[in-house]
Ligand binder design. Structure first.
Ligand SMILES: Cc1cc2nc3c(=O)[nH]c(=O)nc-3n(C[C@H](O)[C@H](O)[C@H](O)COP(=O)(O)OP(=O)(O)OC[C@H]3O[C@@H](n4cnc5c(N)ncnc54)[C@H](O)[C@@H]3O)c2cc1C
Length: 400
């Protein structure tokens, strides 16, 4: 490991990998430091990503894909089902990845482009001089090294500490942390090409349960609940055990993962002098679905581009790096985050009766013509106006 790079990247997830690849392709020196002993493991993800979203960045390699989805289904609290095509279902279907392979391959691509990669290299502090982020302290091979860089990219995921060490408020309120538990289950009866989402406050309060197939008779089966609903005897894993007991009583669990996703708004500012924050560390995962692979790659690539440009112009001040913050906020992804934050805030107020009413109304919509306006008109047509009055007003505001 050298003691200086143009760009130092903390974290070897999809965000860090895309940032590193972009910087290396710009001909600059870049190093990824990853605290785990191997890239991509353990997986803390349901591994779903939209087809178009993945193709936006990369030539898709078939070995990354566990299963390709053709549809999605939402099951409402009363058990009725709404079937959606991949186009309708949005970004969470398309592919179910094998992230052990995918994450490693993204880092391999960055390395092939010229990035240095160190695993079992834990960043333990930020180096700050005169208020400017200058690098990171790294625990590696029993030694501690101070490594400096023109720009540090914090890609250290949902548990991110680096930005906090740089004085940025990264706190996520408990109610906006979705605590998740997931089994990889096998020997279960599923449609191998359909993702299934279950909503309802009994199943997963202020969250949802999912079945993401990973091939024949095998799937990621998980649940996310609001952190504020979690407590002794009613944690995400308790809800998950109850769910699998009824849904797949004979299924076998071959892996358990526990993890968290943030459903809050993104950080107020994702740059500082010498610093860019990306992916889950910037809190850019989707507030409704918790999906963040695409957003991490999107912000990672953009951060790599802006950092390279600023380094070449010899100006890595907050003002110069601000281009990154402005660009992602104004992007389709940034606008979707803001809209979905409001939708999430609306969603969590719904009791099961209202969830049933909304989902049953959606059932009668011609999916080929689905849009927010048709949704609202169906809701008005099928429900006593008084029941959903607040929700309709909120939905209208979102599309105005
Ligand atoms: C249960 C669950 C299900 C999910 N399902 C989906 C899904 O289906 N689709 C989807 O799009 N998203 C999903 N997500 C979210 C998705 O996993 C993340 O949004 C995505 O991995 C974010 O990428 P990232 O690069 O920002 O961070 P990460 O992938 O988390 O990578 C961060 C890396 O930084 C490393 N790191 C942390 N601290 C340090 C340090 N101090 N020093 C060195 N390295 C460090 C970590 O070890 C990690 O490897 C899910 C998340 C969970 C928890």
């Amino acid at each position: 490991m050298k003691n200086h790079y143009d760009v130092l990247i903390v974290g070897g997830g999809p965000g860090g990998a895309l940032a590193a690849k972009t910087v290396a392709e710009n001909g600059l020196s870049v190093c990824i430091v990853e605290k785990r002993p191997a890239i991509g493991v353990p997986v803390r993800c349901a591994e779903g990503i939209g087809e178009d979203l993945l193709h936006e960045f990369l030539e898709v390699d078939p070995k990354w894909i566990s299963a390709k989805m053709e549809s999605a289904k939402i099951v409402s609290p009363d058990g009725s089902e709404i079937k959606l095509t991949p186009k309708m279902a949005g970004s969470e279907v398309g592919y179910v990845l094998d992230r052990k392979v995918f994450d490693r391959d993204l880092v391999r691509q960055a390395a092939n482009a010229g990035a240095e990669v160190y695993v079992k290299a834990r960043v333990s502090d930020a180096i700050i001089q005169d208020g400017i982020v200058k690098g990171a302290r790294i625990e590696y091979m029993g030694d501690t090294a101070d490594v400096t860089a023109e720009v540090v990219i914090a890609a250290d995921g949902v548990e991110s500490k680096f930005a906090r060490w740089c004085g940025i408020d990264t706190t996520v309120p408990m109610r906006e942390i979705e605590t998740c538990a997931q089994y990889i289950m096998t020997d279960i009866d599923i449609d191998p090409h359909e993702t299934v989402f279950y909503v309802g406050n009994n199943i997963s309060p202020e969250g949802y349960a999912w079945i993401f197939p990973k091939g024949d008779r095998m799937a990621n089966v998980g649940i996310g609940i609001s952190g504020k609903m979690s407590g002794d005897g009613h944690r995400a894993r308790d809800y998950l055990d109850k769910f699998v007991e009824t849904t797949f009583p004979k299924g076998k669990k071959i892996e358990l993962i526990l993890g968290g996703v943030s459903t809050c708004r993104p950080l107020k500012c994702t740059v500082a002098d010498g610093l860019i924050i990306i992916g889950d560390a910037a809190r850019v995962s989707d507030p409704i679905t918790g999906g963040g692979i695409y957003n991490a790659m999107y912000t990672g690539r953009l951060a790599g581009e802006v950092a390279s440009e600023c380094i070449k112009k010899k100006n890595c001040s907050r003002a110069a790096l601000m281009k990154y913050d402005t660009m992602w906020r104004n992007s389709k992804m940034g606008r979707a985050l803001e809209r979905n934050y409001h939708l999430k805030e609306l969603f969590i107020t719904l009791d099961d009766k209202k969830l049933n009413a909304i989902l049953n109304s959606v059932k009668s919509i011609n999916m080929a013509k689905f849009n927010t306006m048709t949704l609202i008109s169906e809701l008005i047509k099928h429900n006593p106006k008084a029941m959903l009055i607040k929700e309709l007003a909120a939905l209208k505001k979102l599309i105005d």
